[in-house]
Write a protein that binds this ligand. Structure first.
Ligand SMILES: *Cc1c(COP(=O)(O)O)cnc(C)c1O
Length: 229
């Protein structure tokens, strides 16, 4: 994996530099797992309004300390256990990591009680990857009729994480196939499933993701440096 320990510039400078290269329409989510609230404030002051966290509990502690920041949108990007689903719905506007029918149905039941529908993305892995959760393409297509019944969720698109060790052309192909899967689902015209969002691309590969049509990119290390572990 590319090391990001020798990044140049301050957090605001890095944010500005990356933004310059992005199309206006791409939403930059600052991934702040293991990042201090001080660094998060710096990112906010540089214009970041979207924070991505992997763990419900870590996010809860930071949200308590950052209550004064206005117009922030919180995104859950890490695997969610069903027993934390209620908390996740309370804390996050977006859940990118809905990776099974069981989890979607659980969120749907809980969301019935909420004042607004949560925005969710369906996590897919188009190549087998023992380290990652998510639907295969065929598995997702099979589950669509059931997902379409989750009427208390706003299903907005797909999320993916590429496996380690691929070449750039291979990574690009995975992103393009993810977009094609979203297009295929759109053509099926499910009343309760939209495919307008593609959350794909991290520090290593966001340029390829943008090329393939990502609407949201999730950047951690390239903004904040390497994480301790
Ligand atoms: C940690 C993480 C990111 C950010 O990764 P970087 O390599 O730090 O940019 C993005 N998406 C998910 C799902 C993550 O867990």
């Amino acid at each position: 994996m590319t090391p990001f320990s020798k990044l140049r510039g301050t957090i605001p400078e890095r944010i500005a530099e990356i933004r310059r290269t992005l199309p206006q329409s791409v939403r930059l989510i600052a991934v702040t797992k293991q990042v201090s609230v001080g660094a998060m404030r710096e990112a906010y002051n540089a214009g970041i309004r979207d924070f991505g966290e992997s763990r419900v509990q870590e996010a809860e502690a930071k949200q308590a300390q950052l209550q004064d920041l206005t117009n922030v949108t919180w995104h859950l990007i890490g695997h969610l256990q069903t027993n934390k689903a209620q908390k996740a719905l309370e804390q996050f506007e977006w859940i990118h990591s809905v990776d099974s029918l069981k989890l979607a149905q659980r969120l749907n039941r809980l969301a019935e009680q909420l004042p607004r529908k949560p925005q969710i993305l369906l996590q897919v892995k188009l190549l087998p990857d023992p380290n990652k959760y998510g639907w295969s393409a065929s598995g997702l297509l099979k589950d669509l009729p059931e997902l379409n019944r989750c009427e208390f969720l706003n299903i907005e698109g797909l999320m993916t994480i590429t496996p380690l060790g691929l070449t750039d052309p291979e990574v690009l192909a995975v992103f393009q196939e993810t977009r094609e899967l979203a297009n295929k689902i759109t053509r099926q015209s499910w009343p309760h499933i939209r495919m307008n969002q593609l959350s794909m691309g991290m520090s290593n590969d966001y340029e390829l993701a943008v090329k393939a049509g990502a609407t949201m990119i999730r950047l951690g290390r390239v903004l904040f440096g390497d994480r301790p572990n």
